[in-house]
Structure formats: structure tokens, C-alpha cells
Design a protein around this ligand. Structure first.
Ligand code: PLP
Length: 389
């Protein structure tokens, strides 16, 4: 699917063919299956001699519209939509890997993805080696003859580190690996990993793509042959996105550019405020000059995203006290919502890890992650300020 118009236009004007009702906006096709004219039509459809909808576990008009949009936004050939981001991650690995295969992954990946690597994929004799965000120069030394996938997220969760996608693309090409990027934090609006050599791009659509904290969803897009494998795996195992959620997510994409622009403006202002605050040790935001990978972020991202990480002075207790003093912002596990969300990873999401393991993924005791929302930024800053004081 080649990109013909500008990003914002494709996001709005990519839509299903109108029905006889001439509806302006795409209707919701809440149907589990589709009918055939006769036996021959049915035979030809199952033989894939025709491209048409058969059963919503395979394809559905609403999921197809959503996938088409994401493909245009990411510059991808094809895609498949999933019920959640995690089903996209798991199905991508499960469809493409065989027993004995090896993954090289950044250590700073989404928690459940790490659990897949450590607990579930080993059941099928698939192993993973990790590099730290600060040690991309060690990636090549981890590659073995069994390595099939190079995997990373950028920016990372929750420490907002940035990884050089162009470098990963070059390594993948040199060693004939599949480069798979979880592009959730950046969204296709800010960063398109395929340009840098990624073969597949994964999104948790639950985050900024929905952007309003309503539905779960996921999608994998990229090379058509690889997507075909992922599609065949998924059509038989059943992680399909529901038509209703696909319809919501496709609508959400219409406003992605406008929303993410404002998220980024607000996040930069929050980051600049925090950087000046005496109770804050440091702030990490990709588009702050102080970010260790600022130049890389500028090269591969349009703006810095909506996640800001910072360290309050005083460790675990100060982090918990800060959270308790928050009045307006939400304490919630989600991110990429219209509502600003504040979390303290060391005492919550990452509390089961030892301090050494937490430091491996750049989580210090006082680290706070802010998913900056779309409230007026002055109100967000006022809340953070009173909580810090
Ligand atoms: C949330 C998230 C996921 C998982 O997505 P779900 O929709 O919650 O299953 C995967 N990767 C990243 C980076 C995420 O933030």
C-alpha cells in the first residue's frame, strides 16, 4: 500500500467503499460471518481465488479499514489487527519462529513481552539474549547462527531511552535478521521504523492510537510475505480484533496527528518545568537537549512523544509520597490517554524485580513516569508542582 497523500489526509480519507446507503462515515460491520451466493462462490472464496470476507476471525471490513490506515501511516505492505498489543507481539513471534530459534532483544521492553521471552517462548525452545540500551555496540556479539529476530522498542518504557533504529536496521541487514520494532510509544505519526530497515512494526493500539482510554487493540504491519505467515497463524488461533474496537480505532486514527502534536507540546513543557524543579534529580524526555540520545531522537522522531520520566529526590519513599500528593492526574496502569497519568514503577509495575534488575532497565527508586495528557498544560504542571512541594 503506497502512500499517496499526506499522513493526515490518509488518516481521514482511507475508508471502506460506501454502501448503497451512501453513509459519510464507515458503518460498523458487527457480524461474525459473511454469506456466499452459491457453492462455486463459496469454493472460490475458501480457495482464496477471491479476496473477500468469510469470517471475522479471518478478516472483517472494519478491521481491514483500520489495518489499511496503519499500513499507509507506517509505509507497510500489509498487516493484521489483534485484540490487544500483547496478542500482536505473541502471534508475531509464534508465527515466525521455530524451535531452536534465537531472539536478540533490548532488555528494556514492555513487561509482558519480557515475560514472553523468559517464561513462555522457552517452552518451545526459543531463547533470547539481551542488550542494554546503553550497549548497542554489543548487539553483534550476541548474534548466533540461530538468531532470527532483532527486537526493540523506542522510546522505551518506562525510562524513555531512545535506540538508534538506523543502526538496528544496518545490523539486521548485515546478519540477515528480521528487525521487529514495537512502535507503541512513538506512534506512526512520530516515527516510521520501516524507513530505517524494520521488517515488521507492532503497535499496542490501546495507547495513543485509541488515545482516550476506551478499547484494547493491537496491530502488526510490514513485509507482505511475513504478514501472510502471521495472518495464517492468527486465522487459525483466533487473536482477532473485534469489529467494534476496529471501528473505534479507525475513527481514532483520524485525529492521531492533531492529538499527538498537542501531547508532545504539553510533554515538552512538563519536561522543561521538571528540569528546573529543585526536588527533581533528573528528567528524561527525548526532545530535551539533556537526553543522552537527543541527536538520535531528533534524527528518527518528529517530536518527543508524550512520556516523561524523572527522578524525585529521596528514593522509593519520596516516589510513593509524590504519588499520594497528586490531586488531579490519574494513578493508572495505562498510558497515552487524554488524561495525564502518573506511575511509580519501583513500587508498582516493577516492584517484583530486584534493585539490580531494575537498574538493568534504567528504573531507579525515585523514577516517576508521566504520560502527559491533553488537559491544559498549566493545570498538569500545577498538580505536579504542588505534589513535589
Ligand atoms: C501496552 C504495551 C503493550 C501491550 O499492549 P496491550 O494492548 O496492553 O496488550 C506492548 N508494548 C508496549 C510498548 C506497550 O506500552
Amino acid at each position: 500500500m503506497s502512500k499517496e497523500k499526506q499522513f493526515e489526509t490518509e488518516a481521514i480519507r482511507t475508508q471502506l467503499e460506501r454502501s448503497d446507503f451512501l453513509e459519510h462515515t464507515s458503518p460498523l460491520y458487527l457480524t461474525s460471518s459473511f454469506v456466499f451466493k452459491d457453492a462455486e462462490d463459496m469454493r472460490a472464496s475458501f480457495a482464496e481465488e477471491k479476496e473477500r470476507n468469510i469470517y471475522s476471525r479471518f478478516t472483517n471490513p472494519n478491521t481491514s479499514e483500520f489495518v489499511d490506515k496503519v499500513c499507509k501511516m507506517e509505509g507497510a505492505e500489509a498487516g493484521y489487527a489483534f485484540a490487544t498489543g500483547m496478542s500482536a507481539v505473541f502471534s508475531t513471534f509464534a508465527a515466525l519462529l521455530n524451535s531452536g530459534d534465537h531472539i536478540v532483544s533490548c532488555r528494556s521492553v514492555f513487561g509482558s513481552t519480557h515475560t514472553l521471552f523468559t517464561k513462555y517462548l522457552p517452552k518451545w525452545n526459543i531463547t533470547t539474549s539481551y542488550f542494554k540500551v546503553s550497549e548497542v555496540d554489543k548487539i553483534e556479539s550476541l548474534i548466533t547462527s540461530n538468531t532470527k529476530i532483532l527486537y526493540a522498542e523506542s522510546p522505551t518504557n518506562p525510562a524513555v531511552d531512545v535506540i538508534d533504529l538506523e543502526l538496528l536496521g544496518a545490523i539486521a541487514k548485515k546478519h540477515n535478521l528480521l528487525l521487529v520494532i514495537d512502535n507503541c510509544f512513538a506512534t506512526p505519526y512520530l516515527q516510521q521504523p520501516i524507513k530505517f530497515g524494520a521488517h515488521l512494526v507492532i503497535h499496542s493500539a490501546t495507547k495513543l492510537i485509541d488515545g482516550q482510554g476506551r478499547v484494547l487493540g493491537g496491530v502488526t504491519v510490514g513485509n507482505a510475505d511475513l504478514i501472510r505467515e502471521i495472518y495464517l497463524f492468527s486465522r487459525n488461533t483466533g487473536p482477532a480484533l473485534s469489529p467494534f474496537n476496529a471501528w473505534m480505532l479507525s475513527k481514532s486514527l483520524e485525529t492521531l496527528a492533531v492529538r499527538v502534536d498537542r501531547h508532545c507540546q504539553n510533554a515538552l513543557k512538563v519536561a522543561e518545568f521538571l528540569e528546573m524543579h529543585p526536588e527533581v534529580n533528573w528528567v528524561k524526555y527525548p526532545f530535551l537537549k539533556s537526553h543522552p540520545q537527543y541527536e538520535v531522537a531528533k534524527k528518527q522522531m518528529k517530536a518527543g512523544g508524550n512520556i516523561v520520566a524523572f527522578e524525585v529526590k529521596g528514593g522509593i519513599d519520596a516516589g510513593r509520597k509524590f504519588l499520594n500528593a497528586i490531586k488531579m492526574c490519574s494513578l493508572s496502569a495505562n498510558l497515552g490517554d487524554t488524561r495525564t497519568i502518573v506511575t511509580h514503577p519501583a513500587s508498582t509495575t516493577h516492584s517484583k524485580l530486584s534493585e539490580t534488575d531494575r537498574l538493568e532497565v534504567s528504573i531507579t527508586d525515585g523514577l516517576v513516569r508521566v504520560s502527559v495528557g491533553l488537559e491544559h498544560v498549566d493545570d498538569v504542571i500545577t498538580d505536579l508542582k504542588q505534589a513535589l512541594n
